[in-house]
Design a binder for this molecule. Structure first.
Ligand SMILES: *[C@@H]1O[C@H](CO)[C@@H](O)[C@H](O)[C@H]1NC(C)=O
Length: 201
């Protein structure tokens, strides 16, 4: 009996005691390689996220891989449009083990075809603020209006942004107020409201 119990305990430790490991890296471009790191408890999946943004006036592609909680895995393909040419498109894949080695998220194609909907628009980095009467026309499958305030901290670097615009519903499914942390980048979302985009007047 003791031997059997001992064997069962060993089996248990060998299977469920296995920590999750994820590759961790962040880079410009669409590929990066990093070391495998042990995820913290509560971070139950690896993520690979690629994005293209035009927030600083030029087009930047970024990739990040790391450990997250699977509660943020819903987004998949997203598109956000803050007006004045400021846009973000992204694709995320959550995976564990072998699946992460073959997963290759692709940045969703750029769609410029407007869809007849509109949202209040703004992308402001503190201390700038939003111009209240700006609007943006939604493109592609963007059907929701996001109004978000987020403070991003990386080491001693702190940026506060206000982001309003057209987004795909997938963005709204994932975003909620609170703190998240990945690869030492700490994001604190202090406001996140989504409403259905209205039709152009
Ligand atoms: C797990 O990852 C998320 C990001 O999805 C982070 O916000 C959270 O703090 C992490 N949880 C733990 C317990 O490390």
């Amino acid at each position: 009996m003791q031997i059997l119990l001992g064997a069962l305990v060993c089996l248990f430790l060998a299977t469920s005691g296995n920590a999750l490991y994820c590759e961790v890296c962040t880079s410009f471009g669409t590929s990066c390689t990093g070391s495998l790191q042990t995820c913290k408890d509560g971070n139950d999946t690896c993520i690979i996220a690629v994005a293209e943004n035009t927030l600083v006036g030029q087009t930047l592609q970024t990739i990040t891989k790391g450990c997250v909680s699977s509660s943020i895995c819903k987004a998949g393909l997203t598109s956000m449009n803050f007006g004045q040419g400021k846009k973000i498109r992204s694709s995320t894949i959550c995976c564990v083990g072998e699946a992460c080695r073959t997963a290759v998220p692709q940045i969703p194609p750029l769609i410029s075809q407007t869809n007849g909907k509109q949202c209040p628009a703004c992308y402001a980095v503190s201390p700038s603020s939003c111009n209240e009467d700006e609007i943006v026309e939604c493109v592609g499958s963007e059907d929701s209006c996001l109004d978000m305030a987020v403070t991003v901290t990386y080491g001693t670097f702190v940026v506060k942004t206000l982001q309003k615009g057209c987004v795909t519903k997938s963005v709204c499914d994932d975003i909620k107020t609170g703190e998240t942390e990945m690869n030492e980048v700490h994001s604190f979302i202090t406001k996140a409201t989504c409403t259905a985009a209205s039709s152009l007047a």
